[in-house]
Design a protein around this ligand. Sequence first.
Ligand code: HXC
Length: 257
Amino acid sequence: SNYETIITSVEDGIALIQLNRPRVLNAINRPMVTELLDAFEGFDRNDEVKAIVLTGNQRAFAAGADIDEMKEDDSVSLELLNQFKEWDRLATIKKPIIGAVNGYCFGGGFELALCADILFAAENAQFGFPEIKLGVMPGAGGTVKLTKLMGQKKALEWLWLGDPMTADEALQYGVINRVIAPELVLEEAKKYARIVASRAPLSTRLIKETVYKSIDYSTYEGMQFERKNFYLLFSSQDQKEGMKAFVEKRPAEFKGK
Ligand code: HXC
């Protein structure tokens, strides 16, 4: 790949995006956000790709946004920069994103990890929002997402302390999906991605869309939205194939159409 801050590849229908600024524990600078967006949107358009795995290295997923880059910012420069436009576009990726976290996962790094649909973490992973120790607070959804995941009391407790939580704590609070031995995290994430990739792709994306809508919708609105997507899938070839294969007692061959 032609990127400077990330490394990308595709194997067996699974795309891999690896954060690659190891000297600064994968601190996320603005070029990295731009490159991440380019990679995610490219893979989302690429028919060969069925799922995307996002990872860092053994020492760090990412230790936060790049503090060197931010330290002289002011409110007006940040407003004019409008960097969160790119973070917002991350939320429009339709394919499944599986995050594999080793080591530090702090601040903007934690927020990036929370952009993954499924999160696997190493036993030694550490998650936290240390922004409070820098005189700021999360800015890319951390406050909001942590509250929705763990509830307001727990979220406030962690956000006010700014100290790291262990992978086991993150699991207990519903922030991540699985805790895995450090050397196996990426493999397990890829394995999970391959299973999801074998399911009906249109179902995968409409389920993702419906789950996220249900966070903001009322139960009634959510169920109306679900029903439309359920009906929509009956226009797909894969619905015919999936049900025919069941009747014929053979594995379905999904085309994503
Ligand atoms: C820039 C960083 C960095 C960061 C680490 N480094 N985190 N550089 N931005 N967020 C750099 C260090 O300066 C150092 O560079 C090198 O990476 C190795 O880090 P050390 O501190 O020497 O490693 P260690 O002692 O193991 O400590 C690890 C650590 C610590 C506990 C993770 O680095 C740390 O506290 N980092 C900052 C964490 C943080 O505050 N994150 C939130 C950022 S604010 P040199 O050149 O000295 O070797 C944020 C807001 C998001 O994310 C807003 C929305 C996007």
